[in-house]
Design a protein around this ligand. Structure first.
Ligand SMILES: Nc1ncnc2c1ncn2[C@@H]1O[C@H](COP(=O)(O)OP(=O)(O)O)[C@@H](O)[C@H]1O
Ligand SMILES: [Mg+2]
Length: 251
């Protein structure tokens, strides 16, 4: 049975999409079957794999026009794309009483065929992210080691706690991944210590360093392993994928 992860942080530009794309690609290289869902109307995840103006999107599934479909990136990696119209989906469905559970209904039937499903969330804690949190088993939080990012964490935790008390009682925090990491910067070390003391073993040891190749890869529609397999970014996401497997796979 597969597990669903919501990749969340209400701040933009912290590496949610980059982590979804490259952790997924790293897991796929390790023979895990992965589905990634672009749940951001900005469709950066889709564009990262060279898909723009997708014809089949998560929007079609949300509004009930079509069942969930995905583009095949490789034998192990599948992507459900998004377009700008995703922003309107919930306005169109405003009168539905269960509109916070729509994504759950669509995704759950696919859990048995897939090892891990990652939902790349938009930079807000609105109805889209709420839908992701209601169908996720676990939450993965990429953060930049900046002081203000730590303050933002409490907002994320409060939201997850509220969901855990109401509509998704089993949701758990899977972990925190540091992105844009540079351990030579003292302030970052201080922030890292604060986060470590709070989240303890939930902080992934594999840190994602700042690396130009990670920023370049989406331009070519490629994940970091297909773009530059010897880059720092490929090393870091490769290590993260292995650590993820050791923490989240039973066998
Ligand atoms: N470790 C990194 N090093 C350098 N650039 C990065 C790194 N991670 C992400 N980026 C770049 O920073 C920008 C924001 O990252 P992104 O993953 O889109 O953030 P989010 O999804 O949280 O908004 C993108 O242009 C991305 O290519
Ligand atoms: Mg994004």
């Amino acid at each position: 049975m597969g597990k669903i992860f919501a990749v969340i942080n209400h701040k933009g530009g912290v590496g949610k999409t980059t982590t979804t794309a490259n952790l997924a690609a790293g897991l796929a290289l390790n023979n895990k079957k992965i589905l990634i869902i672009d749940f951001d109307p900005q469709s950066n995840l889709s564009q990262s794999f060279g898909i723009s103006k997708a014809e089949i999107t998560i929007y079609d599934a949300i509004i009930g026009k079509q069942e969930l479909k995905a583009y095949k990136i490789n034998d192990n990696l599948f992507l459900t794309a998004s377009r700008g119209n995703l922003a309107n989906a919930f306005i169109e469905l405003i009168d539905k009483t269960d509109n916070h559970l729509l994504l759950k209904k669509i995704i759950e039937p696919h859990k048995k065929k897939i090892d891990f499903i990652f939902i790349d969330c938009p930079p807000s804690l609105g109805l889209l992210t709420l839908n992701a949190l209601n169908c996720a088993d676990e939450v993965l939080i990429p953060i930049q080691p900046h002081y203000l990012a730590v303050k933002g964490l409490s907002k994320i935790l409060n939201t997850v706690r509220k969901i855990a008390k109401s509509s998704n009682k089993n949701i758990k925090i899977n972990g925190v991944v540091f992105t844009f990491y540079n351990n030579k910067i003292i302030l970052q070390k201080e922030v890292e210590e604060i986060v470590n003391s709070f989240f303890k073993e939930k902080v992934y040891n594999s840190k994602i360093r700042e690396s130009i190749s990670l920023a370049e890869a989406p331009k070519f529609g490629k994940d970091i392993f297909s773009y530059k397999k010897n880059s720092i970014g490929a090393q870091d996401y490769g290590n993260l994928a292995l650590e993820f497997i050791s923490k989240n796979c039973n066998s």
